[in-house]
Ligand binder design. Structure first.
Ligand SMILES: [Zn+2]
Length: 92
């Protein structure tokens, strides 16, 4: 799917439709010292290690692509609900 770099969308801060710059959401780097990561590491220790089943064979062939919309007027960043697709491209 192709999406233009600038789209007009609703901004909850400005309470009106404004121009937004579109970027594709990317997951940030995981922090090894975050409380969840430390707890998970602790739970894996000792007898009875893995706490939940690891999913090995996936049925979905695509993953959800989320777009970030940044308001050009106030700079507020909002995200759109992810849609399943093979490829997401930003076109000028
Ligand atoms: Zn705004």
């Amino acid at each position: 799917m192709k999406i233009p770099q600038t789209i007009s969308s609703y901004c909850p801060k400005c309470n009106e439709h404004t121009d937004h710059t579109v970027t594709i959401y990317k997951k940030g780097q995981e922090r090894s010292m975050a409380i969840g990561a430390r707890r998970h590491e602790r739970e894996l220790r000792g007898y009875g290690g893995q706490k939940y089943p690891i999913q090995r064979n996936k049925s979905k062939t695509t993953d959800k692509k989320t777009t970030c919309l940044k308001c050009k007027k106030c700079g507020h960043v909002s995200m759109r609900r992810g849609i399943r697709m093979k490829k997401l491209e930003i076109v000028r």
